[in-house]
Design a binder for this molecule. Structure first.
Ligand code: URA
Ligand code: CA
Length: 434
């Protein structure tokens, strides 16, 4: 087989066979196919696309390019949840203990990553003593015992995706549905998920800005998962404004605690109940989505969800007292209110720009080397559709720097107030199960 022939084949809009897809991914992973040929191939895929079979096979070829995690020693259906990324997205912190409280095993491998705030691990490390450096057998023991544990990324997972993603980044081929869908799905499958629940964000703060694009990506991922024997579903949810109120690591831990207690922001609570119902249903712990939702509401009101969070924190060295006393989380030196300059209704809270402001305060990493300040961030007081009076607080800035003029300017510029009443955005647009 010659790569040049395969490039021409895809360029001309033809289907690649199973063997051809394996040849490409194996060759690229072991460096026998050079970057320049792979760039031409990704551009051909960008323009010509891939059918359902090709997408599933590309995904499995990437899974097989490296190690895979074996979770078979954990009892039950391992349902993983993945979000395509948003601003102040606290759902993972809430969903883990929430579904674990119902006996759904949560065996989470998580990363730090770049972005507006830290990754799930950074957020959890805001709890004093909490750590994810645990051995594999300890990880498995903890999930079997408590139904939840988080471990840092280890092993050589999907090396083909690592190389390919970096190449796509510099060749204008990131934005291709088959390439994005196979990239995300290969990582979930390699991490050992039996079933996968996807939260595809849509709107200004999301990777996919329009509902049509988000739906296409969601359907592509759902079809890949189901074609390779992993029950997969997707929710398309709003990211035109940040989710919940808190953006920042310790602030989001506090928000997760509030939500697990039943006192969380309405949108975050609703999205967690929607995603959580699907997770519980996929795990076979409820016969219908309604039954799953009722059970989730029950563990919130009877305290079991919060108790599961405490046990989880303690089992990985964290101080469980933060749950009853969030003042034990890292606190910023300066708490500054951002006051509305006019009367009206909030019409826009541009999610990614608010995220950038949080990052400038130190909540996230601009580069891999940046050090995160776990205490800082932003807590919104108003969301789109809310009425506001001049002088009323729009949000609270938690900062360790006294001079934050630039941050304030960004925030003012990206929170818009209109004279007319504005409806709140739709939170869950669609649920795609096949
Ligand atoms: N996230 C991924 O992991 N891969 C992509 O290709 C795009 C977003
Ligand atoms: Ca939040």
């Amino acid at each position: 087989m010659r790569m040049v022939d395969l490039i021409e084949k895809k360029r001309d809009g033809k289907e690649l066979t199973t063997e051809e897809i394996q040849f490409i991914i194996e060759g690229y992973t072991n460096n026998s196919i050079p970057d320049y040929q792979m760039s031409a191939m990704t551009m051909a895929i960008y323009f010509q696309g891939m059918n359902e079979r090709e997408r599933a096979e590309l995904t499995m070829a990437m899974v097989n390019s490296g190690d895979t995690i074996d979770l078979s020693a954990i009892d039950g259906v391992k349902v993983d949840k993945h979000s395509t990324g948003g601003v102040g997205d606290t759902t993972t912190l809430v969903l883990g203990p929430l579904v674990a409280a119902l006996g759904v095993p949560v065996a989470k491998m998580s990363g730090r990553g770049l972005g507006h705030t830290g990754g799930t691990i950074d957020k959890l490390e805001a709890v004093k003593g909490f750590h994810v450096e645990i051995e594999n057998d300890e990880f498995i023991r903890l999930v079997n015992e408590n139904k939840i544990a988080v471990i840092g990324q280890s092993g050589n997972l999907t090396p083909a995706d690592k190389k390919l993603y970096a190449l796509r980044d510099v060749t204008g081929t990131v934005n291709s549905i088959p390439l994005i869908a196979s990239s995300i799905m290969s990582k979930k499958i390699a991490a050992g998920a039996d079933a996968i629940c996807l939260d595809v964000k849509t709107g200004a703060g999301a990777f996919m800005k329009t509902l049509d694009d988000s739906r296409e990506l969601a359907k592509a991922m759902v079809s890949i998962g189901n074609n390779v024997g992993r029950k997969t579903m997707a929710v398309i949810s709003d990211m035109s404004q940040p989710l919940g109120f808190a953006i920042g690591n310790a602030l989001e831990v506090k928000e997760a605690i509030d939500t697990l207690r039943g006192d969380g922001p309405e949108d975050l609570t609703e999205l967690c109940l929607t995603l959580g119902s699907h997770m519980v249903y996929l795990a076979g712990q409820a016969a219908t989505l309604d039954e799953a939702r009722n059970k989730l509401n029950e563990v919130i009101s009877n305290g079991k969800a919060l108790e599961t969070f405490k046990i989880f924190l303690q089992s990985q060295g964290g101080d469980p007292e933060v749950v009853d006393d969030p003042a034990k989380l890292p606190q910023a030196k300066y708490i500054i209110e951002l006051e509305a300059t006019e009367d009206g209704y909030i019409s826009e809270i541009v999610a990614d720009e608010i995220g950038t402001a949080a990052m400038m305060l130190g909540a996230g990493r601009a580069t891999k080397e940046s050090i995160i300040d776990l205490a800082v961030g932003i807590v919104l007081k108003k969301k789109i559709g809310d009425q506001v009076k001049k002088g009323e607080s729009l949000l609270t800035i938690h900062s360790n720097q006294e001079q934050i003029e630039e941050v304030k300017q960004i925030l003012y510029k990206n929170i818009k107030i209109s004279k007319e009443k504005v409806p709140a955005p739709i939170l869950v647009h669609e649920e795609i199960t096949h």
